[in-house]
Design a protein. Structure first.
Length: 136
């Protein structure tokens, strides 16, 4: 099954964009697909074999939530992060383009939700990331 890909252009230097993507305090501010969800905690051990985890839950009912967690399989600082999560894989790339950085996420889809729904959710998270970096 082909990967789903989402991307956005983020204003800022590669250093600023990279740090906002990998820093737990930043992740908790942008890692949600809609306004009624949030990310109350995030953990990052950014190295090959290191683990990550982000708690995603409804703002109204914390029992509606899940841990998005996995293991880093490749890390090239300020260029690429690859990780495994639940038997699926994702790649995140960072490409400087003048005063912006193109951030692209490609991931293996799951089989429960439609590709359109998955693409929309991941794109919404990436758009929140873009907005967060623009306010820093």
């Amino acid at each position: 099954m082909p990967k789903i890909t989402v991307s956005t252009m983020v204003a800022g230097t590669i250093e600023k964009v990279w740090q906002a993507y990998i820093t737990p305090d930043d992740i908790t501010q942008w890692n949600a697909a809609s306004q009624d969800w949030h990310c109350p905690r995030a953990e990052v051990d950014l190295k090959v074999g290191g683990k990550f985890s982000s708690r995603m839950e409804s703002k109204d009912d914390s029992s509606q939530g899940f841990d998005f967690a996995g293991t880093y399989t490749k890390v090239v600082p300020q260029q690429m992060i690859q990780y495994e999560f639940g038997g699926r894989y994702a790649d995140v790339t960072f490409e400087p383009k003048g005063s912006e950085v193109l951030v692209t996420v490609s991931f293996d889809p799951e089989t429960i939700h439609s590709h359109e729904m998955q693409r929309g959710g991941w794109q919404a998270i990436l758009d929140n990331f873009k907005n967060h970096v623009s306010k820093k």
